[in-house]
Design a protein. Structure first.
Length: 198
């Protein structure tokens, strides 16, 4: 598994690069994890309903090809894109989603934070507030997109949306429990947990 740390990168070119990588991969292409942060952007999934954007706060909206509704990405949020050959790994989409959620739950447990899944709402939650969102696209047995963990960011833009389509959904972040943590520190642990769980 190749891990690439991309730093702060624009959303749309990164998404296009994932599409290109997936389209060009062969049976021998190594799986990759891309770690990054994005400048402020709302992304709207394939089934995304525009009404879940409650008001225009000047943040661009990009319609994309993952499942799910609307979410927010911004600096201080750790995004991990998983470019995996699911067939080769013997993984189903549901199985991968469970493993991604478990990865975040394990990472948070390392900080003595009790996190959980929520039935019917993929992601990871602490005291009912969403701390990590996830979404995938599968093409020819290979996936891209991945998970977004709120680490130390401005959460205010989430107030302009129904996060993942849920009205009034509270959001939280790692820094509320572990002051001074950085996305870079969280990234190291996240990769360790992903490698264990995948």
């Amino acid at each position: 598994m190749i891990v690439r740390r991309l730093g702060l990168v624009a959303y749309e070119p990164t998404w296009r690069a994932m599409q290109d990588f997936t389209a060009q991969r062969t049976a021998d292409t190594a799986d990759e994890i891309w770690l990054c942060q994005h400048p402020p952007v709302f992304t709207l999934g394939l089934a995304g309903k525009p009404e879940h954007l409650l008001r225009d706060i000047g943040v661009p909206v990009v319609k994309i090809d993952r499942g799910g509704q609307i979410t927010y990405h911004g600096p201080g949020q750790l995004v991990a894109y998983l470019l995996l050959d699911l067939k080769r790994r013997g993984l189903t989409v549901k199985g991968l989603v469970k493993r991604m959620e478990q990865t975040v739950i394990d990472l948070l447990a390392g900080h003595d934070i009790a996190a959980a899944r929520l039935a019917g709402a993929p992601g990871v939650y602490v005291n009912g507030a969403k701390i990590a969102a996830l979404g995938l696209k599968v093409k020819n047995g290979c996936c891209y997109h991945g998970l977004a963990l709120n680490v130390a960011m401005d959460l205010a833009p989430f107030e302009a949306i129904n996060p993942c389509g849920y009205e009034g959904m509270a959001v939280t972040q790692l820094a509320d429990f572990v002051p001074d943590i950085t996305p870079e520190q969280a990234a190291t642990t996240l990769v360790e947990q992903l490698e264990k769980n995948l």
